[in-house]
Design a binder for this molecule. Structure first.
Ligand SMILES: [Zn+2]
Length: 282
């Protein structure tokens, strides 16, 4: 798992290889929030990694993916580069990522302590509930970026806690779940687009050897996702108030696992994102 500092260094290396890298804002503790952009197309896609500091597989997946698109070796990667413009925020929550790093280095992660690193300060400041009010500088940075680049699609990448399957779901094991907002006021055509892209993600994950849950399938009426939709969550706010289709792709990893199992979540995040981008250009 890259540390926050290593991610910044990676971005600077990418800059030398003609990837655009810019600072889009500062975190609560004044750590830089960077964004890389790659591709020459006119379909603009914003990929947000790691709003929750303890969910690292997206950062790993997208750092690798930027390089693959910059130097494409397959026909599909070349197509993505030609047809899309990808904007990737590798760490949207640097403060949380740094707390997580510290806990993992000290070997002090339990479910509870790793949860501390979800936010931009210990147990408080969940960026992914703040997109409507935007009290956090991190949510402001994402908002300003969306206003400026006007993406056609936003993909928000997360991890879920491995033991959910034991004490909540108590059913078939899953390692991936795509989701989009069920808010009744989101335009039907936007929801339809989200649904289709989630299906694409599921197929790609299956092909990559993963075991995807159904769309929105990990959260049967939980956390306000289905029953009382929270308008501060990215996947609801941007489709509802800005008409931008937005998906959440959750893979297994992070939390008390730290770096363990990170390869699997990384692989699934990458497979799903790539299939979605590839399908946008057909
Ligand atoms: Zn999350």
């Amino acid at each position: 798992m890259h540390t926050y500092k290593e991610v910044i260094d990676e971005c600077l290396k990418l800059k030398k290889k003609d990837v655009d890298v810019e600072e889009i804002g500062l975190s609560r503790h004044r750590n830089k929030i960077l964004m890389t952009s790659v591709g020459k197309g006119d379909k603009r896609v914003l990929i947000v990694c790691r709003q929750h500091g303890n969910e690292p597989t997206s950062t790993e997946a997208m750092l690798e993916y930027v390089r693959e698109i910059q130097n494409p070796t397959t026909k599909e990667h070349r197509h993505v580069k030609e047809k899309t413009k990808l904007y990737i925020i590798p760490i949207a929550n640097p403060d949380g990522a740094k707390i997580f790093e510290h806990l993992c280095r000290k070997n002090k992660t339990s479910l509870l302590t790793s949860y501390a690193a979800r936010s931009n300060r210990l147990y408080r400041g969940d960026i992914n509930r703040d997109h409507k009010k935007r009290k956090t500088t991190e949510a402001q940075a994402i908002y300003n970026t969306v206003k400026r680049i006007q993406p056609h699609l936003i993909i928000d990448l997360h991890n879920f806690y491995p033991a959910y399957r034991y004490f909540i779901l108590q059913k078939t094991f899953h390692d991936f779940c795509p989701a989009f907002s069920a808010h009744p006021k989101i335009k039907p055509e936007i929801q339809k687009t989200c649904y289709k892209l989630c299906e694409t993600a599921i197929n790609a994950v299956r092909k990559a050897g993963g075991k995807p849950a159904k769309i929105n399938g990990l959260w049967p009426g939980m956390n306000g996702r289905m029953l009382a939709v929270n308008e501060g969550v990215l996947e609801t706010y941007y489709p509802l108030y800005h008409n931008v289709p937005s998906l959440t792709l959750e893979a297994l990893g992070g939390f008390n696992l730290c770096s363990r199992g990170i390869e699997r979540g990384k692989k699934l995040h990458k497979a799903a994102v790539h299939a979605i981008l590839d399908s946008l250009i057909i």
